[in-house]
Design a binder for this molecule. Structure first.
Ligand code: ADP
Length: 403
């Protein structure tokens, strides 16, 4: 049973194909610069070297056709015909208040995705176009939507409402939606498995620290609060996003510095965070760490700000969850950077988190001491695998595949 996973972005299309009998990836790739000059595809069959080629890519349909050529290729392909792909799982960013679980894509779901264009203008339109192109190229193959916002639909009103007049929620849908849901759900389920607990009984705090960063409070397996909000801009300090700021800074910049709406957007989303604080021309944490080794003070402060914000949220979410069984670190930084986990955890001992420094330095799965009230864990995220698993689950639930 093979499932194709598609993540269609504004000018790129990521894909991976999984053999679900063995829960393993057969091949994956990314087509970049769709609709621009010089479209390329990087493709990697599992166990083989990556291939990079220039390809056709005027639109999503031609990009998907190129992907099919790779997947069916005599030498480095992984299936003999398109009919060996039994279903397609799509990553979709925003499902508003309509979607709280993975769903089979039909006309109604497509309407929902379109209705959320305004909420996620950079993501939902390409997600939608990827679905339409797949319908044409893989006619008759079932498609499932896995939404980033879905996991957070269990957040209660007291946590998802902002302190704005209620009409802005009632009429404009302005509320906390939260993102990275598939990743937080994957590590929650994985943590339950590692702790030999039921998925719907675990209490955890999950810190997804990648280019985008978010932290989620999970009670009885359900998201009860998360740091990203109406958009992914809120919450933690990220690679290039500022996270929480006083909204009045925006008026100040507009009134006194002549900033336009677009300039503010670029400033907060693309020029802030680690990139803006460290001023070394990159947001890559590895470069920030090198700069610190070389005595760069701004880089040091950038890391301090980044880690302090995470620590502050862990404190807040410990109050929200109460009896936290595990604090989880995941994604590029969470999985690979011991110094970040160390800076975050030092000082959290009174709240029940005691880091084992050596285990942390070795990137072990369990990095807390035996005395720690809550476990501290490093759990690699696998969003694409989760999308494939969810796709299979939806097909089974709908009776299209035998349980
Ligand atoms: P995205 O949010 O785009 O999925 P990732 O989860 O890959 O991003 O995280 C990107 C961040 O993780 C970057 O800051 C990068 O420096 C860091 N990162 C990724 N891999 C490593 C590694 N092996 N060692 C240290 N940092 C890493």
């Amino acid at each position: 049973m093979n499932i194709l996973v598609i993540n269609a972005g504004s000018s790129s299309l990521k894909f991976s194909i999984f053999d679900m009998d063995e829960n393993r990836v057969l091949a994956e790739g990314i087509i970049e610069r769709i609709g621009q000059d010089g479209t390329t595809c990087r493709y990697k069959k599992s166990g083989a070297d990556e291939i990079k080629e220039t390809v056709e890519g005027n639109d999503y349909k031609s990009a998907l056709n190129e992907m099919v050529k790779f997947l069916l290729h005599e030498e480095y392909g992984v299936v003999r015909s398109k009919s060996e792909i039994q279903a397609i799982g799509h990553r979709v960013v925003h499902g508003g208040e309509f979607i709280s679980k993975p769903v089979l894509i039909d006309q109604e779901i497509k309407r929902v995705i379109k209705n959320c264009f305004e909420l996620a203008p950079l993501h939902n339109p390409p997600n939608f176009m990827g679905i339409i192109a797949c319908e044409e190229i893989f006619a008759g193959i079932r498609q499932v939507g896995i939404f980033d916002t879905a996991f957070h639909q269990s957040i209660p009103k007291q946590a998802f409402l902002y302190g704005l007049p209620i009409e802005f929620y009632e009429h404009e849908g302005i509320r906390r939606y939260g993102f990275h849901g598939t990743s937080h759900r994957y590590v929650t389920d994985k943590c339950a498995e590692l702790l030999s607990e039921e998925k719907d009984s675990v209490n955890i705090i999950s810190a997804h620290l990648g280019n985008g960063c978010s932290i989620t409070a999970v009670k009885s397996g359900k998201s009860v609060d998360t740091s990203m909000g109406f958009t992914p801009l809120e919450g933690l300090v990220m690679g290039t996003r500022c996270g929480d700021i006083d909204p009045a800074i925006v008026f100040h910049l507009m009134e006194h510095k002549g900033y336009s709406r677009d300039e503010i957007d670029r400033l907060l989303n693309k020029k802030s965070g680690l990139l803006g604080l460290a001023e070394i021309g990159t947001s890559d944490i590895r470069d920030i760490l090198k700069a610190i080794e070389n005595g760069n003070k701004k880089a040091e402060i950038a890391l301090d700000v980044f880690c302090y914000r995470i620590k502050k949220y862990i404190g807040a979410y410990t109050a929200v969850v109460g009896d936290v069984q595990a604090l989880i670190f995941t994604a590029g930084i969470g999985e690979n950077v011991p110094v970040v986990r160390e800076k975050v955890c030092i000082g959290l001992e009174p709240l029940g988190y005691k880091l084992d420094f050596e285990k942390n330095r070795n990137n072990e799965t369990l990095i807390s001491t035996d005395k720690s009230r809550s476990k501290i864990m490093v759990i690699p995220t696998h969003e694409d695998l989760k999308i494939a698993q969810d796709t299979l689950y939806v097909l089974k639930e709908a009776g299209f595949i035998k349980q």
